[in-house]
Design a binder for this molecule. Structure first.
Ligand code: MOS
Length: 760
């Protein structure tokens, strides 16, 4: 009777493709006004004058807001913010609070007008005077002046600094190379947008394109000086995020603007603004060294990353996978972080692993070639079943099966070790592979379940569907837990007034909210069971609750289907119009975790059913295989087919899971072959500003992608057994492609993206 796992199409799919799903920018209100931001045109400096005389006469202009007259926000205070759950303001720069310009494109004013066009026209006419300094705009130039940060997101950033030198010098075989990756932008299909509606002066509703309604609400409340309960954030549909939809400054700007003009205000970012104002993946220059003994046993891995940041503690953690993969006893993972006068970098799909697996998995291929060993054999020889640094067993790990299944489906055995052996007409054909990995995260979450007298079920949680399938898989879990068909289940998410759930980031949504959904359904069933048992008119009267099972909208005595009672009858005889239960689940041993809300009391889940981070290391693994065709005359690379095998625990929905991996692989093809944001070396402004020059894969760039899952539930992460799946699909992809290019041509390309000029 299991709905879980079935390839059910998205229950929200029809609404999305027929235009009935309301996205943030589509929320309209009587008397709504429109905001358009004004952006700095210098790299660094100060605003010395703002002349709005010209635009005050422009038709429709209602307000010109700048540092001179803007609402005073709470200042930055990391400790107070952390306490308020407001640590992750995308950019540590509460907007319009002073006249300092930190980077080109910074929001420095906002125009509010009767129409979008009027606001936009006026914004371009606002006259700003500056004093300007030269900004730091180039990573290579600035790296010599960089710092070695102590911490990254609460973990030690510099691991075993300097310890790899001796074992590397003693290694029988060594490879050491520099790999570099460019700035990339998320560019979700739906640009960021917010509609702000105030009720009086202390209650605010934000219709915001966000990956976390509770997350955004906490941060907005903090900076606007409001009670958290008084900021409601609504986002039932979000058109992709990939890490860019945290809280960025436009959301505060529009709240400030709406307060100033006393009307609802809408602000929608342009695609050009998305190249500057909502984060990006910073470029990296990575140095990877591997050392093996005479027979190819890895003894040492060293991974150093040079990158940059500004206005954030975040930096691209591209050494992450080098602390997780393979058996080498000695590993050194370090970072240098320079300062650039550029907008803040942020989390972008598999932050760290995306550029990091390019470097590590390319180096693994280089070592295998040097050793004259098949790259899969080399990885199998160095496989680990434990976290190689912390020593914990992986909670559930089938990486060797991923290699084997991938090799079979891909036809790896027909690959030749030596490059330049396969041709198709004028094309050189090559095969490459790489390992994929991403942490299996899980956070505290609360879910409420309601059943009405008609037997309709509503599942509520402040989670988000950023295109991943959250609506659908939640319905499947509730359907199984209650014995009710999927089509009787209404999932309500994307509203901070529902019980709290984590940000839809870090691939943790499924792993976090499903245990809570399951518990809430179990509590609901318990209550129905108690009602039936106590009712003399029920066939279950007087039974032991442990003898009762459920299916098809009813409870029955185990092994005796004739002794049953339907949910409808139980509720009707008890004169109940509805019944409701709410559960909070949290991974145990998660240091510092607090019960997220008074909305739900934590359920009495036996601790062994929760994930124990003290005992196990939670990671997902996979294997990526690429076939490329290279035209040596032009330096062009085509990915002809791709095989991806993923070990991500239980598969909740075969179809939405597959879509996640396909999306990840396409994202990886973009990173491997075309995506790069280029900056003007003089002024530091992006010169690739739209999707016309920031190239992403189009249909013709994407080959058939063959996806397989191991599908074995992780017994330790939760009673559901699912780890996340959003991010692992991109990891290893660019290395698999670059390794295939080497196999095709004998050329080792170490600087992404692999655009044609890199061949010559
Ligand atoms: Mo993901 S980069 O944590 O949205």
């Amino acid at each position: 009777m299991s709905e879980t796992g079935k390839p059910i199409s998205r229950i929200d799919g029809r609404m999305k493709v027929s235009g009935k799903a309301t996205y943030s920018a589509e929320n309209n209100f009587p008397n709504i006004a429109y905001a358009f931001p004004v952006r700095a045109t210098i790299a660094k400096g100060r605003i010395v004058s703002i002349d709005d005389a010209v635009i005050q006469k422009e038709p429709g202009v209602i307000a010109v807001i700048s540092y001179k007259n803007a609402f005073k926000l709470k200042p930055l205070d990391m400790q107070a913010q952390a306490k308020a759950g407001a640590a992750f303001l995308g950019e540590n720069l509460p907007p319009l609070q002073d006249n300092v310009v930190h980077y080109p494109g910074q929001f420095i004013a906002v125009i509010v007008a009767e129409t979008y066009e009027q606001a936009r026209t006026a914004a371009y006419k606002l006259k700003i005077g500056y004093t300007s300094e030269k900004g730091a705009v180039d990573l290579k130039t600035e790296l010599p002046n960089s710092e070695k940060p102590k911490m990254f997101m609460g973990e030690e950033a510099q691991v075993n600094d300097g310890k790899a030198a001796a074992p590397l010098a003693a290694a029988s075989h060594k490879v050491e190379h520099t790999y570099s990756t460019p700035v990339e932008h998320h560019h979700p299909m739906e640009p960021h947008a917010t509609v702000a509606v105030w009720e009086g002066t202390d209650k605010l509703t934000l219709y915001d394109a966000t990956q976390g309604v509770g997350f955004t609400g906490s941060i907005a409340a903090y900076f606007l000086g409001l009670q958290k309960e008084n900021v409601r954030v609504i986002a039932p549909f979000v058109g992709g995020g990939f890490g860019s939809k945290g809280l960025w400054l436009h959301t505060l700007l529009v709240a400030m603007a709406a307060k100033a003009v006393g009307r609802p205000v809408k602000l929608a970012l342009t695609r050009q603004m998305m190249q500057t104002n909502v984060g990006h993946r910073a470029s990296t220059i990575q140095r990877v060294a591997l050392g093996t003994d005479a027979v190819g046993q890895l003894g040492v891995v060293r991974h150093h990353t040079g990158t940059y940041n500004n206005l954030t503690q975040f930096f691209e953690p591209s050494g992450k996978q080098s602390l997780v993969l393979y058996q080498a006893p000695q590993r050194e993972v370090t970072y240098n972080v320079a300062h650039l006068d550029r907008s803040a970098p942020t989390f972008m799909r598999a932050p760290g692993e995306t550029p990091g697996t390019f470097a590590l998995e390319s180096a693994m291929d280089e070592m295998a070639y040097q050793l004259k060993v098949d790259p899969i054999e080399f990885r199998i020889k160095n496989h680990t079943t434990k976290d190689p640094v912390k020593g914990h067993d992986f909670s559930s790990e089938f990486l060797l099966d991923c290699y084997r299944i991938g090799a079979e489906h891909f036809g790896w055995s027909s690959r030749s070790m030596e490059p330049r052996q396969k041709r198709h007409g004028k094309y050189l054909v090559g095969y490459g592979m790489a390992t994929a990995t991403y942490p299996g995260g899980r956070s505290a979450a609360s879910v409420k379940v309601n059943m009405n007298a008609k037997g309709d079920v509503t599942v509520m949680t402040a989670s988000i569907d950023i295109g991943t399938g959250t609506y659908t898989v939640l319905a499947q879990t509730a359907a199984d837990a209650l014995g009710v068909p999927v089509n009787r289940i209404d999932v309500k998410i994307g509203d901070s007034s529902f019980p709290p759930a984590p940000l839809a980031g870090g691939s943790q949504t499924t792993a976090s909210i499903h245990p809570a959904a399951l518990d809430a359904c179990v509590l609901l069933r318990k209550e129905l069971t108690a009602l039936a048992i106590a009712d003399p008119n029920s066939k279950l009267n007087g039974r032991n609750p442990d003898d009762i099972d459920h299916a098809d909208g009813k409870l029955f005595v185990k092994g005796d289907n004739s002794k049953s009672d339907t949910y409808l009858n139980i509720l009707s005889r008890a004169k109940r119009s509805e019944i409701e239960a709410c559960a909070t689940t949290l991974p145990i041993s998660g240091a510092g975790l607090t019960i997220p809300s008074a909305l739900c009391t934590p359920s009495q889940t036996p601790p062994e059913q929760n994930s124990d981070v003290k005992q196990y290391a939670f990671h997902s693994f996979g294997a990526q295989f690429a076939e490329v065709w290279v035209d040596e005359d032009f330096g062009t690379i085509r990915v002809k087919r791709f095989t991806s095998v993923q070990d991500v625990g239980r598969i909740m929905n075969e179809k939405t899971a597959r879509s996640q991996v396909i999306g990840g692989v396409i994202f990886g093809i973009g990173a491997a072959l075309m995506e790069a944001t280029e900056y003007d070396k003089r002024w530091g402004n992006p010169v690739t500003r739209t999707l016309a020059d920031y190239h992403v894969p189009v249909h013709l760039d994407v080959p058939p992608i063959d996806v397989h899952f191991i599908g074995k539930p992780d017994p330790h992460i939760s009673p559901i057994g699912a780890r996340g799946i959003g991010e692992i699909g991109i990891t290893g992809v660019s290395a698999a492609i670059a390794n295939a290019v080497f196999n095709a041509t004998g050329k080792r390309l170490r600087d992404l993206p692999l655009t044609p000029e890199k061949f010559f």
